[in-house]
Design a protein around this ligand. Structure first.
Ligand code: SF4
Length: 373
């Protein structure tokens, strides 16, 4: 099985003709359905549907409350290393940029973990640049052993691996996998990833599926909006999430909606994704996949994040640094990208409580960690 077959089925679809042919009645029909199919989802991503954002928002709000309550899961990323063997043109960690790289020792991981855990967060997302040489599976395993002393849930955002390696990490205590396809359009993908293992589009595309098979409890995917036509990329992201949700019933599937931020190298995205575009993606996705987690990062401004709390997102990062050891080391390194929302964990909690939402720092832990079992 592979999502690639779904991608192939739709990749030559004439999106422009479809969207140009839509009338108001088509939008209203999609909005009136209890469950929507992939063509309804495409309809809600159309330029014409942008005139109906208020109505779509009301339905997205209802569905989110129905499936998630007034809760928001909080987590923070922790950067272990910024060594990378890829040359993605939009990222500060690209191997083509020449600066002093860093990788945390296990002692530094412990210090950083203690600091983050003191904020009350029990879920952590660990990241590295994509360099199996500098961050081999054994290093990630060792870091996870340290992190388990401080956190109940550990997710990884590292390089795509074979299933056997994911099995090792699941055994070590990793329960979540984040892997961004970045760009679903296969032709656009190639020049944006000119050198390094990431050139292999298909291997990356099948990575979330290998994570599901390896027993990851949570798999999070996404496209980096701005690299291609955002409406089409949002469509393929939704189809991918739907495919995974249908085929891996034991895995909780979620989607992140990142936009490009300022980075070393000054890459400017070709496609302008405005706030209202991002909102349309989140709302349409919520109607298409009512049970799907939606993550919004600190790439977005405090105002926008606050306004989106009630419209479909279910997970937010807080107290973020995108530098290696950025929570406790001197802040003189190079971050992966500039963040926009600088607020601390207590500030984000306060904002959520003010809106009548419960900040969730821990919503589960593995059974083998539970006393008495
Ligand atoms: S996006 Fe990931 S793989 Fe690409 S350069 Fe940045 S860290 Fe490396």
């Amino acid at each position: 099985m592979s999502f690639y077959h779904t991608y192939e089925r739709m990749k030559d679809f004439d999106f422009k003709i479809y969207w140009d042919g839509l009338g108001d009645a088509d939008i209203q029909r999609a909005l009136s359905k209890t469950t929507i199919n992939e063509m309804d989802y495409l309809t809600l991503l159309s330029p014409r549907a942008s005139n109906y954002l208020e109505k779509i928002a009301q339905k997205a709000h209802r569905l989110t409350i129905q499936h998630f309550g007034r809760t928001m899961q909080l987590f923070t990323p922790m950067y272990l290393s910024n060594f990378c063997s890829n040359h993605c043109v939009y990222c500060s960690f690209s191997a083509r940029h020449n600066y002093m790289r860093k990788k945390l020792t296990l002692e530094q991981v412990d210090v950083e973990a203690k600091y983050i855990a003191a904020t009350g967060l029990k879920h952590i997302l660990i990241l590295t640049g994509e360099s199996p040489k500098h961050s081999p599976v054994s290093y990630i395993e060792d870091c996870v052993k340290v992190l388990k002393r401080h956190f109940d849930s550990i997710s990884i955002e590292i390089y795509p691996m074979e299933m056997e390696d994911y099995n090792r990490l699941v055994d070590a205590g990793v329960d979540g996998l984040t892997v961004f396809q970045e760009v679903y359009n296969e032709e656009t993908y190639q020049p944006l990833h000119p050198r390094g293992p990431k050139k292999n589009y298909r291997f990356r595309l099948d990575t979330p599926e290998r994570g599901c098979r390896a027993g990851m409890r949570n798999v999070n995917i996404g496209a980096l909006l701005g690299l291609e036509n955002w409406r089409q990329e949002a469509f393929f992201t939704g189809l991918h999430a739907d495919y995974l949700q249908d085929n891996y019933l034991d895995t909780e599937i979620s989607v992140s909606i990142p936009r490009i931020r300022p980075n070393v190298g000054g890459f400017t995205p070709k496609y302008d994704v405005q706030d209202r575009h991002l909102v349309q993606v989140i709302l349409a996705l919520r109607l298409f996949m009512p049970r799907c987690g939606i993550t919004l990062s600190t790439r977005e401004s405090p105002d926008l994040r606050d306004n989106l709390v009630q419209l479909g997102i279910t997970k937010m990062s807080a107290g973020v640094s995108t530098e290696v050891g950025g929570h406790t080391e001197d802040s003189s390194g190079t971050g992966q990208f500039e963040i926009s929302d600088q607020r601390s964990v207590p500030e984000i909690k306060e904002m959520l409580l003010g809106k009548g939402y419960q900040p969730v720092c821990k919503n589960w832990e593995p059974l083998d960690g539970a006393a008495g079992w």
